[in-house]
Design a protein around this ligand. Sequence first.
Ligand code: ADP
Ligand code: MG
Length: 236
Amino acid sequence: MTRVYTVASGKGGTGKTMSVVNLGTALALLGKRTIILDADIGMANLGLVMGLERTRITLHEVLAGEADVSEAVYELPTGLMVVPSGISLRGFQDADPNRLQFVMSELVKEADYVIIDAPAGINRDGVIPLAIADEVLLVVNPELSSMLDAAKVEAVVDIVGGSLGGIILNRVPPYHIAQTVQSISSVMNGQILGVIPEDSNVRTATAFKTPVVIRYPESPASRGYKALAARLVGDK
Ligand code: ADP
Ligand code: MG
């Protein structure tokens, strides 16, 4: 059975896109057929960070009813399959987020794992990815505002009948990992599934349009993402 994860957060900029890219790549490197999909149709950047910004057919065209899902799936050398979203305003206006459910029913036929990059917050477009996932993974930074906003998303996941898989704790200070994990787990409901340290290699790798798990495979963030991937595979 295909497992569908939606990676969400309350605040923007917590590391959702980096988590989708690196978790997806790590799963592909484990030999799993994995599709990552950019459902942040207003602020699309998954294609950009994967070097797919010039693709003509994206999720926009699919959601607008102008293309088949299969035409918007791009396979990378790692085997990872990417469904980018467009960045044009017109494309955004024409895209119908309600069709996302149909897109998903097509994609699950092709993959072991589908990972959705969700918009931040809890607006209309953001709620659909929370509802259609088998599990929502919340990306949380170790700071109060991020945790408070994440708690709101946890509540919305519940309201829309979604299921919370757990938390990816991202940008953890490298010298205070144990303390940070302990203090966050005492205030958040969800289980912490992955711990990703603050790591400047994440940004450097992005400048090369390459996931950090490929460019710097032994860096602290890469180890964190690979451990998370192994855990999800073990749990399935
Ligand atoms: P979101 O998709 O949630 O808006 P991004 O994944 O785009 O967030 O990440 C936001 C910024 O934070 C990017 O510049 C990224 O390079 C940086 N970043 C994300 N995770 C880490 C990390 N573990 N260490 C250092 N920088 C990070
Ligand atoms: Mg993003």
